[in-house]
Design a protein around this ligand. Structure first.
Ligand SMILES: [Mg+2]
Length: 314
């Protein structure tokens, strides 16, 4: 499988997971499999909870804003990404993370806003930076591990003042980079963990270990650790894109984001062709703050391909 098929798989796979999980957000474990017991039976892209069938949420919307900034600015322009996030937030997306909303609207400049929030709230280890990783991971992958993990941390820090969120987002980017290279992200975990900030390494090593299951989570999966860990668990315990994403949604809780993270990883591992067409067909991503466009799969493929092309460096 080509690197390009994996890059497209990551971007579309994350968006499809997001849309599949959205109607089940804050639901109980097992809700998805109770409704759709067999893969391929019924319209799993069912909509509900305010979401149209196949409609992707803030996870994918923010990822696309990051991707478009990287392409249009020919690299990492953090003030530009922050300004795009602010325009998006002001345009009234259907969903936005509480913390992300606070940071984008607190009136501080791009390089101080998340730190100002963290100073007051102390808790900023949500999964809101983890969820938007695929576009930047695809863009930075060919620049190697350090460039990828550093970019991940800096983009995460725009909205999250807690280093735990930066490190989780950096791990996710690096797992995606390994997969895009055709490697096994699970086998790479010990090496990846060696490059995590020492203050955060042990906790990530615990939740990403093979013995960990979602039953071991000590927080709601809207937190960065169980969210990333659940995605890695879903990848580890299944053998297809479809089964991994079904397992993620079936965990309940923050289903759109856990499935977006899982779908990005599984899409990079198994490629675009592994994503069911009955999921990609209704998939669409409204993009508030950018001319109210609605992106469908052809536009997502085009974006992923441009991000993956070294010429995108400009
Ligand atoms: Mg969401």
């Amino acid at each position: 499988m080509s690197r390009m098929e994996r890059a497209v798989g990551a971007v579309v796979g994350s968006a499809a997971g997001d849309a599949l999980g959205a109607p089940f957000e804050f639901g109980l474990p097992g809700a998805f499999s109770a409704r759709f017991p067999e893969p391929g039976l019924g319209s799993e892209m069912c909509g509900g909870g305010g979401w149209e069938a196949g409609e992707a949420t803030d996870d994918t919307q923010m990822a696309l804003h990051v991707g478009e900034s990287l392409l249009e600015r020919h690299g990492l322009d953090l003030p530009d990404i922050f300004a795009r996030f602010q325009r998006w937030a002001a345009a009234g997306p259907k969903d936005i993370g509480l913390q992300t909303e606070d940071v984008l609207a607190n009136g501080e400049p791009w390089n101080l806003a998340s730190a100002a929030h963290y100073k007051v709230n102390h808790h900023a280890a949500g999964n809101g930076a983890l969820m938007r990783a695929t576009t930047s991971a695809v863009y930075f992958a060919d620049q190697g591990r350090q460039a990828t993990m550093d970019a991940a941390r800096r983009i995460a820090a725009l909205t999250h003042g807690d280093r735990a969120a930066w490190e989780g987002t950096a791990i996710h980017h690096e797992l995606l980079r390994v997969a895009l290279d055709g490697g096994d992200p699970l086998a790479a975990l010990p090496e990846v963990l060696a490059h995590v900030h020492p203050d955060h390494r042990e906790r990530y090593a615990n939740v990403l270990a093979p013995r960990w299951t979602p039953d071991h989570a000590t927080e709601f999966n809207g937190a960065v650790w169980p969210c990333l860990a659940s995605a890695v668990w879903a990848l580890r315990t299944t053998s297809s894109y479809e089964d991994a994403v079904r397992a993620a949604v079936d965990l309940g809780g923050d289903t759109d984001t856990v499935a977006a993270v899982t779908g990005g990883l599984a899409g990079a591992v198994y490629g675009m062709d592994a994503i069911p067409t009955r999921w990609t067909q209704p998939l669409h991503v409204p993009l508030p703050g950018a001319g109210d466009r609605v992106l469908r799969v052809p536009e997502l493929i085009d974006l992923a391909q441009r991000l993956a092309r070294p010429a995108a460096r400009g």
